[in-house]
Design a protein around this ligand. Structure first.
Ligand code: 5GP
Ligand code: MN
Length: 329
């Protein structure tokens, strides 16, 4: 585990990196979640305060429920074009490994310098410079520390984005990553005028009718092993189209498998457009799902991890459930 002083040194190096260059490409992971998008706008905000220019970009469709974030509209959706501009200074946030950046990586100059800021314990330090803090509940927590270190005064827009990242990555301040530090930061953000209850209502309670239909379908498919230790659901390629749901609506479905009494691991299997399967795992504590995901080329956290499996839904379910079963013995 990293000690405080080396973390402080890393923050200083990250700041120096931001001050060295003038123009940045800021990128987060494919299929971005609340922390990824919040981190992106927070880094954009910070660079602006430092008098720098930045292009914010993501490979995937952005979750529209995060549209309220200041500067959300300035995040570009990646498009490959022939006259592709390349960037010399990159800031990657919330990406557990280089692959998670996706196609945006083809906009990096061959000798580009990359600052890698992340909180996933499985991050392999793929940056030129790395600030990896597994103790942080969310990447926005590291960014909060960085902004504090830079002595930049937070405003309510940036505070709202940081709060959003904390809220979503801690499942509404409930998961085991909800540390005293998280609450301390959240307290400061509320004092700055963040509307905590509105954010919780919008991000955690409300849903579209399409999402409810997807949920109904998923609940009908809930399956458990005989000993009730593993529960899973699957969503096929056509299910989103048929219900009108969007990829962000898949978030949270895996918890229905996990939250049944006695279940140790919940899994959501999602068939991808290119015919592979994306698995999302959640652990009640006994199994280290990051290790299981890593064995399948993925990664994440001890209690929340994911991987991509090349194969049909049927074979993927068989393989991964078997691996989880072994891990639980
Ligand atoms: P989710 O299941 O919500 O997609 O992801 C849970 C956690 O695992 C997140 O922290 C996410 O970044 C990580 N994760 C999900 N899929 C992958 C993957 O394919 N590779 C890696 N390295 N991490 C993943
Ligand atoms: Mn995160």
């Amino acid at each position: 585990m990293m000690n405080q002083s080396s973390y402080s040194m890393q923050l200083d190096e990250a700041l120096a990196f931001m001050k060295t260059y003038d123009h940045f490409l800021v990128v987060s992971h494919v299929q971005p979640d609340g922390d990824a998008i919040s981190s992106t706008v927070v880094v954009g905000w910070m660079l602006e305060k430092l008098g720098k220019s930045a292009v914010l970009i993501n490979e995937s469709e952005l979750p529209s429920r995060l549209r309220f974030l200041h500067q959300f509209d300035s995040i570009l959706k990646y498009k490959r074009d022939e006259t592709q501009q390349t960037f010399d200074a990159i800031i990657s946030i919330d990406c557990a490994d280089f692959k998670r950046i996706g196609e945006v990586a083809s906009s990096f100059a061959p000798d580009a310098k990359l600052l890698n800021i992340d909180h996933h314990p499985t991050n392999n330090g793929f940056g030129t410079l790395n600030v990896i803090r597994a103790e942080a509940a969310a990447t926005v927590e590291i960014l909060y520390d960085l902004i504090e270190r830079a002595e930049i005064a937070l405003d309510v827009n940036c505070a709202t984005a940081i709060y959003t990242g904390l809220l979503t990555d801690t499942g509404g301040f409930r998961y085991s990553n909800t540390s005293p530090r998280v609450m301390e930061i959240a307290s400061h953000l509320l004092a700055l005028g963040v509307s905590g209850n509105e954010l919780a209502d919008h991000l955690l309670e409300k849903m579209t009718m399409a999402k409810l239909k997807l949920l109904q379908l998923a609940l009908n498919r809930l399956t458990f092993t005989d000993n009730l230790e593993i529960g899973w659901v699957y969503i096929g390629k056509d299910d989103l189209r048929n219900t009108g749901a969007v990829p962000e609506d898949l978030e949270g479905i895996v918890n229905y498998a996990l939250n049944v009494d006695g279940v140790e691991v919940g899994i959501l299997f999602k068939e991808t457009e290119d015919g592979a399967v994306k698995a999302s795992m959640r652990s009640a504590g006994k199994a280290n799902v990051a290790a299981i995901a890593q064995a399948f080329g993925g990664g994440g956290h001890v209690r929340a991890a994911g991987c991509r499996i090349e194969g049909s839904l049927t074979t993927s379910i068989e393989e991964l459930v078997e691996a989880v079963r072994k891990a639980l013995i």
